[in-house]
Design a protein around this ligand. Structure first.
Ligand code: MV4
Length: 445
């Protein structure tokens, strides 16, 4: 087992990883920027190394400095958390070259899944359902035009290096193809340095349902059921839950098997997530595979009674997994609490937390790095807490979440708590009647 793990991240996930390491008897090294001097991950780690100034590229994205911190502290593994370097093939390769175990995917797997058209091709070969569309990348606007005509509208053009909706264009008619092609190509080239585009049939009003998987070094793979992440705003998830109110036992079985096939074909080792789009007829299609621990992993932990970070560490250390799939016996919901002003277009709201009261009670979990007197720096992601509740049924979980949100007092900054409260009281949300389009028409009160 590892003796010492360096956590190449900040905020709640750094704290989350430190907590598991402590329970496993593994020493921890925090790295931090000058803006995070007073952070809890620095306080609670066994050692802490300042790696640079506030801007991420000077600190949390600075590979040489993080590797140097690992070398001087004698860390034998690096946990990258989510975001930052968690899906960076170069960093994964650098760790390998330095004899430090990267607790995440290999550079080959990251590259394989990072190119979306290529990932889709790989999944097709594994027998995982994919959205009908172009055979690989499109060569020209003329090819795009004829394929769109042949498939029938609407279609969608996507950047192969994309993610988060960038370089994506929905097309409803012949005359829109040329503009969509040009602007997507330009946007993708500028954003990713790769302007490769492919086309798919556009799925209207889908749900975003993902399957958590785990694979060990010996080829054993299991799935740990689904999370419904359809409640999003501008590709930022607001709330995640398990089980999905749209799920059936039959669909879970099929999606679980597909997710395992996806993991097997790339010989995936570690915990990962296979994202699917699910249409109104419950047809499901591979969308992306994430080779990291995700923000929303706690909802899965609460219903299957399993520490996913511990599992990541055990798998990385070569411990075999049991290989049995997990089915939910409870319900869990996570609300992301962001320092944002929902009445001013979700403008970030950094600043000092003057008063703080975190909710508690049975079935309530708060994953957060904030404390009374803490100043939220303006340089990073605005998520400051995750409120997770679990209960016997979805209905009870919603009631509990409403209660816990009411108890959550944060003064000094704006937060998304009022929006989350409104969601818990929304008749369509309560009925499980929502798609990825839900927030587009949601009226903030
Ligand atoms: C789609 C789609 C509809 N049809 N592909 C959004 C980000 C990227 N991961 C893929 N995305 C989508 N791909 C086809 N063929 C709709 C979306 C989409 C979406 C997907 C999941 C969650 C939220 C979304 C919001 C807008 C669009």
């Amino acid at each position: 087992m590892f003796k010492k793990i360096l956590i190449a991240n900040r905020g709640e996930i750094a704290l989350r990883i430190i907590r598991t390491c402590k329970e496993m008897g593994i020493k921890t090294v925090a790295v931090y920027s000058t803006a995070d001097r007073d952070s809890l991950h620095v306080r609670f780690a066994d050692e802490a190394v300042c790696i640079g100034s506030a801007q991420s590229r000077d600190s949390y994205l600075n590979m040489p400095r993080i590797l140097a911190a690992a070398e001087v502290t004698n860390a034998d593994a690096i946990h990258p958390g989510y975001g930052f370097l968690s899906e960076n093939a170069k960093f994964s390769a650098l760790c390998r070259d330095h004899g430090i175990k990267f607790i995440g995917a290999t550079p080959e797997q990251i590259d394989q899944m990072g190119d979306k058209s290529n990932a889709k091709d790989t999944m097709k070969k594994a027998g995982v359902p994919t959205i009908p569309g172009s055979d690989g990348l499109l060569d020209s606007v003329d090819q795009a035009k004829s394929l769109a005509k042949e498939m029938g509208y609407p279609v969608i053009i996507k950047a192969t290096a994309g993610g988060g909706g960038r370089g994506m264009r929905i097309i409803w008619a012949d005359e829109e193809v040329e503009n969509a092609w040009n602007s997507a190509k330009q946007e993708a080239g500028a954003a990713f340095g790769n302007d490769g585009l492919y086309m798919e049939k556009y799925i209207e009003e889908p749900r975003h349902i993902e399957i958590q998987i785990a694979g060990d070094q010996y080829g054993t793979v299991c799935h740990l059921s689904e999370r419904d992440c359809s409640i999003q705003r501008r590709h930022q998830k607001l709330l995640e839950e398990t089980p999905s109110p749209f799920m059936t036992d039959e669909l879970r079985e099929k999606m679980g098997e597909a997710a395992k096939a996806a993991a097997k074909i790339i010989q995936y080792e570690g915990v990962g997530t296979v994202e699917f789009l699910v249409d109104k007829h419950r047809n499901f299609y591979f969308m992306e595979m994430n080779t990291r621990i995700q923000v929303e992993h706690p909802v899965t932990e609460e219903v299957i009674n399993y520490d996913l970070v511990k599992e990541q560490i055990l798998i990385a250390a070569g411990v075999p997994i049991s290989g049995t799939d997990y089915l939910p016996t409870k319900a869990a919901i996570e609300c992301r609490i962001n320092a944002e002003d929902i009445y001013n277009n979700f403008r970030p709201s950094p600043g000092k937390i003057q008063v703080l009261h975190k909710p508690g009670g049975h079935g309530v979990r708060v994953d957060s790095h904030i404390y009374a007197g803490y100043s939220i720096p303006p340089y990073y992601d605005s998520m400051i807490a995750k409120l997770i509740v679990s209960a016997q049924t979805r209905e009870e979980a919603i009631v509990k979440m409403e209660r816990a949100l009411q108890e959550f007092i944060i003064e000094g900054i704006h937060t998304t708590i009022p929006l989350q409260l409104q969601l818990m009281r929304d008749p369509d949300f309560r009925a499980g009647n929502f798609t990825t389009k839900f927030m587009e028409t949601f009226k903030i009160q």
